[in-house]
Ligand binder design. Structure first.
Ligand code: FES
Ligand code: FE2
Length: 370
């Protein structure tokens, strides 16, 4: 039986010093220690259903090709030719027929990364094609989500994600598909976004419509320390929609108490996962600079429901688009304030226990020996 508890803080729980949100050196360190070395959400398997399908992502300044190979496996390659380093591919997504060919001198790589042909290189001394495969990165799937890790020797995904693997089966997330997507450019540090997501202390003021559907003090958490944090809040209507109602059936095996709950988890470092009875919402955070984060928000539904005539996700999309914008606004105000010379860490409320836990884990990662 999972044990759900109210958020709580210990004495001395204060917010982070301002430089964690404003210093370029901290941001650079985060790119190395976190966004290069941790499993980071980059997309969904359904973006690349067929062999040869690919999409590009930019992570820690690296352009990466995520592709489905001929055997159906998902692979990730640095978008860098092994001849003179040229970027191989510029279209954000597409399909490779059989191979990946460099536009400069036509070195050609297989979808498994092997160098297959290198024009006239048979004349070059000591050249062996086997020595020049594409540089690879580790990629793993959980519930249809793809996580990339750029570290040469990453922590095994199964170890890193052990607390989550097999944990949330009712929603059948692997089978869902994105029904709507909105991108936001938010002038706030990525940690502000995670922290804002992790408390509902602000809900009655910032989100009156949300607070009417979900009591702001109802949050109970089953993951309250470490890289994955969250739990559920009560839902006193059928779903989180503009009307509070829904015509969509529950997802997968969602049943019983889960029909009147929304589960919220922050998955370190860049995934915010919100599971409603009838849809799932995912925020992917892409830090751009100390005070700038690109946020991709996606609404996932059961494809059978999406195939119904008249399927309309706008009740869920509009509700959360409004709520998202309310959140981004207060995050942007916080970003402005923590940059002030008079800002000093402030005391957390009991309800902000997950923020305190996030800060502790974050500091642990930032202070780890490399
Ligand atoms: S740089 Fe790619 S083939 Fe020459
Ligand atoms: Fe909020």
């Amino acid at each position: 039986m999972t044990n759900f508890q109210k958020a709580a803080i210990k004495s001395g729980a204060f917010t982070l010093p301002g430089y964690y949100y404003t210093a370029a050196t901290i941001f650079q360190e985060e790119m190395e220690r976190i966004f290069t070395s941790r499993w980071t959400l980059v997309g969904r398997v359904e973006q690349i259903p067929a062999p040869g399908d690919y999409f590009l992502v930019k992570l820690s300044g690296e352009s990466m090709i995520v592709v489905r190979d001929r055997d159906g496996a998902v692979r990730a390659f640095f978008n860098v030719c092994r001849h003179r380093g040229t970027q191989l591919c510029t279209a954000e997504q597409g399909h490779f027929s059989e191979t990946i060919q460099c536009p400069y001198h036509a070195w050609t790589f297989g979808l498994d990364g092997r160098l297959i042909t290198a024009r006239v290189m048979q004349d070059a001394p000591d050249f062996d094609k086997a020595d020049y495969p594409l540089h690879t990165a580790a990629i793993a799937e959980w519930e249809g989500f793809l996580f990339l890790n750029l570290a040469p020797k990453p922590e095994p995904f199964a170890t890193a994600f052990a607390p989550l693997i097999g944990r949330l089966p009712q929603w059948r997330m692997a089978t869902l598909q994105v029904g709507h997507r909105i991108e936001y450019d938010v002038q706030a540090n990525w940690k502000m976004i995670v922290q804002n997501y992790s408390e509902c202390y602000h809900c009655p003021l910032v989100h009156p419509a949300l607070a009417a559907l979900s009591p702001w003090q109802s949050g109970r958490n089953d993951l309250s320390e470490g890289p994955f944090l969250g739990g559920y809040m009560d839902l006193n209507h059928a779903s989180m929609t503009t009307s509070g109602q829904t015509t969509r059936p529950p997802l997968g095996k969602v049943d019983g108490a889960d029909l009147s709950r929304v589960y919220y988890y922050s998955i370190f470092p860049n995934m915010l996962l919100s599971m409603h009875p009838d849809y799932v919402m995912v925020h992917t955070l892409w830090p751009q600079a100390t005070g700038q984060t690109q946020i991709v928000c996606e609404w996932l539904f059961d494809p059978a429901t999406m195939a119904q005539p008249g399927f309309d996700p706008s009740d869920a999309v509009e509700f959360w688009d409004m709520t998202n914008r309310q959140d981004w606004h207060v995050c942007e105000l916080s970003q402005l304030g923590v940059a002030s010379r008079v800002y000093t860490p402030g005391p957390y409320a009991q309800q902000e226990g997950l923020l305190w836990a996030f800060d502790q884990y974050y500091l642990e990662v930032m202070n780890e020996e490399l």
